[in-house]
Design a protein around this ligand. Structure first.
Ligand SMILES: Cc1ncc(COP(=O)(O)O)c(C=O)c1O
Length: 484
């Protein structure tokens, strides 16, 4: 590997030593991955270590690579949050499959360019087959559906909005276009609209209902008002699995409204898209087949390493219409009977993001993935049951996908005191290091949010975490009572 670097002035002996050390390091990293349970969830670098690392500069002459490797292990890889830890219940993070790891490492080593189908035809087929497979869960007809693998949900949704704008708005009408989303839509949706130059008044944020779902009557009223004022409603974005609560918007009703008013309907399933794999829970997304596009991140719930998101569309031509360019320098490597990656998305050079998912799906089979998804739903319900049998715990959002929100609410505390208490409970839990949980805010209440989508979390992990939360909550309540 190192001998390819012909400008590297190190001698052959040194290069060999580096290669041996790197191989050893990879084996150690894989072992650490297998033994993740035995290391703390989050080890931050000390102030001293940060100072030491800050002192490292970019050298003019190359350094000993083994030393660099050692530094990376000491300061970077062992001093960070391990999102794939079975008791990391924050964010939307799952376990990483060893097959994804193997696929990712091989992909990186071979480093082929997924821009053009013809540069790596079978990798191109892998991407196409996976898109067809995923699109079938959304009920998109096979003949026309398509998609592209992207870095993450944010970029997938940005690209979907570009397709929607191209498809629904004449260029000169863009300043009149209006997009609709709920206040529970992910921040990346608002960010994408802003990045595309839509003004604030072109982005209508609808208040979600008591169950954190988009209110379809409000949606229709807003569309009618905008039409009356001479604006052009062109896009509605529903969510399959909101970040805060795992809620699934009423996709079927939104789809009907989108059809009635000729809007593009995008579903942000970055998180919940994977629930479509389960024959039991697929039903919760009834009507998803009415959508035009779907974001689905496998680096969230399908055990993939970053970055692995898929943008799926009902009609693959809509992506081509939005993104195709024909520069003269790509003519020789452009495909005629397949759509090249660079013609259906914003990137030109792009890594093969689909191979690791292919490796995983081939090695596990879909039945195991179904069980894995259903296990998350089950675990979120387990948390609910466990909290309901304890005193002072309130469920603020019922389990949906793998997420549940709750808070500790002794009757004699004011709303402000409750917010402070619940924040302190999670801080103390995280200091303890057994599990990692963050809060969010729902209806002005600080809530403890647990996202249970790690296939390696056991009942013991979950029940011990609740027990610990309960102990901390009782202790802090007593302390705060004494202080007031
Ligand atoms: C519902 C939803 N959409 C979009 C995103 C953004 O995805 P990414 O971080 O992969 O860009 C997230 C991230 O958590 C999400 O939960």
């Amino acid at each position: 590997m190192f001998d390819r670097l012909k400008f590297d002035k190190k001698n052959e002996e040194e290069k060999k030593r580096q290669l041996i050390s790197l191989q050893k390091r990879l084996a150690e990293a894989l072992k650490a991955h297998e033994q993740i349970r035995e290391v703390p969830i989050f080890t931050a670098p000390s102030e001293q270590e940060i100072k030491e690392f800050e002192a490292i500069t970019i050298p003019e002459e190359g350094r000993n690579a083994v030393e660099v490797e050692e530094e990376l292990v000491k300061y970077v890889f062992t001093k960070q949050a391990l999102l794939q830890h079975p008791r990391f219940f924050s964010f939307v993070a799952s376990a990483v499959s060893p097959y994804s790891l193997a696929g990712a490492m091989l992909t990186d080593i071979y480093n082929s360019n997924a821009g053009s189908f013809s540069l790596s035809p079978c990798a191109g087929l892998i991407e196409e087959k996976l898109c067809t497979w995923m699109a079938s869960y959304a009920g998109y007809p096979e003949e026309n559906s398509g998609g592209i693998f992207m870095s993450g949900g944010s970029l997938s949704t940005l690209s979907a909005i570009i397709a929607a704008r191209t498809n629904k708005l004449d260029e000169f009408d863009i300043p009149k276009g209006v997009a609709y989303l709920s206040d529970q839509a992910h921040s990346s949706v608002r960010k994408a609209l802003r990045m595309l130059g839509f003004r604030k008044d072109q982005i209508v944020i609808l208040r979600s209902d008591d169950d954190f779902k988009m209110d379809v009557e409000d949606l229709e009223r807003a569309i009618q008002k905008d039409l009356k004022e001479g604006r052009i409603p062109f896009l509605v974005i529903g969510t399959l699995g909101t970040t805060n609560t795992g809620t699934i918007d009423p996709l079927s009703e939104i789809g009907d409204i989108a059809k009635k008013y000729n809007l593009w309907f995008h579903v942000d399933g970055a998180y919940g898209g994977s629930s479509l794999i389960s024959p039991i829970y697929r039903n919760l997304s009834k009507g998803i087949e009415k959508s035009d596009s779907l974001t689905w991140d496998s680096h969230k719930w399908l055990m993939q390493t970053y970055s692995c998101s898929t943008l799926l569309v009902k009609d693959k031509q809509t992506l081509v219409d939005a993104f195709v360019e024909h520069p003269e320098y790509l003519e020789d490597v452009s495909s005629t009977d397949h759509i090249d990656g660079w013609d259906k998305g914003p990137e030109m050079s792009r890594p093969q993001r689909a191979i690791k998912l292919w490796f995983t799906v081939q090695a596990t089979g879909t039945h195991l993935l179904e069980e894995m998804i259903e296990y998350s739903f089950y675990n979120a319900k387990m948390v609910q049951r466990e909290l309901e049998r304890r005193e002072n715990w309130e469920i603020i959002s019922k389990p949906s996908c793998g997420t549940i929100n709750f808070r500790y609410a002794p009757k004699d505390f004011s709303p402000e005191q409750l917010n402070e208490l619940n924040l302190d409970i999670t801080k103390k839990l995280n200091e303890n290091g057994y599990a990692y949980i963050v809060t969010t805010t729902l209806k002005e209440m600080k809530t403890i949010r647990m996202c249970m989508i790690n296939a390696n979390s056991t009942a013991e992990d979950i029940l011990n975490t609740i027990e610990l939360l309960d102990q901390i909550a009782k202790e802090l309540t007593e302390e705060k009572r004494k202080m007031s």
